[in-house]
Design a protein around this ligand. Structure first.
Ligand SMILES: [Zn+2]
Length: 449
């Protein structure tokens, strides 16, 4: 791959990649017929001036300097729709006492008091450097929007968003307690999100009330949230039913509000784990409602596998993943994303969307109909982030892609592909994931021991 990088560099940004294998799910429909059983199509693609030129069946493009990929895969730049850059890399100082979701919430709430602009920026910047080096061009992060650190964290991320704009386009979701949208200060809060280009978010549960009252309060809060979204023209991205409790069905309420206000295409629901433990009848009803409403679901396989069905000294029996195959079969847009990395919610992860894809395929048995799934980490999240022309391999789009030294999907998933060649604006990116001691140094500079 090193010699390929050197040849790309020599080509000076104007070349033809011959004999690439590209997931048909990210190609123009006219080329979809070229797909093999793994959903990969053999194509030639031209690059010039930082953009993609003609994309045509393999062996048909002859103009310009050509590089033969001999069937290596080319995927469009990754888009990571759901992360938490404010919490990232707090694991060492805020570990999870029992490994559960509640344990994680408690650890991070207690850690809020330690958040400072410099150390938050150091952690989030390190995360973005990882994402960038792995081939991600767009990333959405939720930010805790309650507590004394909330305003500072939003401001710090705004500055980071600007600094990273040419490398990774960052979107911010204000993850507020549901009742925020009912409070007196709700409009000020929503206006601030709107003025800074943010997205409305939250976790669709109201803690501290008995079930019937909690359900009623949640319905009121969701109604308010969706009214604000309409009034200020905002997208919505919620944490929904992140549990293996069959009675968790707030997804239905979210779908109802989405449909009632005609917000199809603008609402994303993360997690939806409870769909995996509900009866077939309930699940079908929920998915019908999602489909009718036009909402999208984002699966977070690494964190679900880490947190769901966890109990002390006991091996999990459930996987915690939403029913990805059934969701996709319904025609509901589905993305896959990193979620938490190196914090109390998930001890591991490196913002590597290929790892996310690999774990989703392995644990969700996505291999049977693999063809559409590459879009779940590229085209689908890019569209949900409203990045027109990103996450696809098509003429006129940005020449942002990743070349893997793997011909088929089994070869792709067999190895970590650490030698992948990330290309941005037609040029090879000579960047590796940063060493962890650089994070230590950045935190030390920011005054964090
Ligand atoms: Zn999350």
């Amino acid at each position: 791959m090193k010699s390929l990088a050197a040849r790309l560099e020599l080509a000076g940004g104007a070349y033809v990649l011959r004999g690439a294998r590209v997931p048909a799910a990210v190609l123009p429909a006219a080329l979809a017929g070229l797909a093999d059983a793994q959903g990969l199509a053999g194509v030639d693609l031209a690059v010039e001036g930082g953009r993609l030129g003609a994309v045509a069946p393999a062996g048909t493009l002859h103009a310009g300097a050509a590089l033969d990929l001999a069937g290596r895969q080319v995927w469009p730049a990754f888009h990571d729709l759901h992360t938490h850059l404010d919490k990232t890399h707090t694991l060492a100082r805020a570990p999870n006492a029992d490994g559960t979701l509640l344990g994680a919430v408690k650890a991070v709430m207690a850690d809020h008091a330690r958040w400072r602009p410099g150390e938050l920026e150091a952690r989030a910047d390190f995360a973005l450097r990882c994402a960038w080096a792995h081939g991600t061009a767009g990333l959405r992060t939720h930010l805790d929007a309650a507590g004394p650190q909330a305003r500072m964290a939003w401001e710090a991320m705004l500055a980071l968003r600007e600094g990273w704009a040419s490398r990774v386009r960052v979107q911010m979701v204000a993850m507020a307690p549901m009742e925020t949208y009912l409070d007196d200060g709700a409009e000020d809060f929503v206006r601030r999100v709107a003025e800074t280009g943010g997205v409305l978010g939250g976790v669709t549960r109201v803690p501290g009330l008995p079930p019937p009252a909690a359900r009623q309060r949640l319905a009121q809060a969701l109604a308010a949230l969706f009214d604000w979204a309409v009034r200020y023209g905002l997208d919505v991205d919620l944490h929904v039913d992140e549990s293996c409790e069959p009675e968790a069905d707030s997804l239905l309420e979210v779908a109802r509000h989405t449909q009632a206000r005609g917000l199809g295409g603008r609402v994303v629901c993360g997690h939806c784990c409870s769909l995996s433990v509900q009866t077939d009848e309930t699940r079908e009803r929920m998915l019908d409602a999602c489909r009718a409403a036009g909402l999208a679901i984002v699966g977070l396989p690494l964190v679900n596998l880490f947190l769901q069905d966890r109990a002390p000294d006991r091996t999990p029996r459930l996987r915690g993943l939403p029913p990805l195959q059934e969701i996709a079969a319904r025609g509901i847009p589905v993305a896959l994303s990193s979620d938490n990395c190196a914090d109390a919610f998930h001890a591991y992860g490196d913002y590597d969307m290929l790892e996310v894809f690999r774990e989703a395929v392995r644990n969700g048995h996505l291999d049977r109909h693999i063809g559409g799934w590459p879009a779940s980490v590229t085209a689908t999240p890019a569209a949900l982030m409203r990045q027109a022309g990103s996450g696809r391999i098509e003429e006129g789009g940005a020449a942002d892609f990743v070349i893997f030294d793997a011909r088929g999907i089994p070869e792709l998933l067999a190895r970590p592909q650490s030698d992948r060649l990330v290309v941005r604006a037609g040029r090879p990116l000579a960047v590796s994931p940063p060493p962890f001691d650089e994070l230590d140094a950045a935190l030390a500079r920011a005054g964090e021991a």
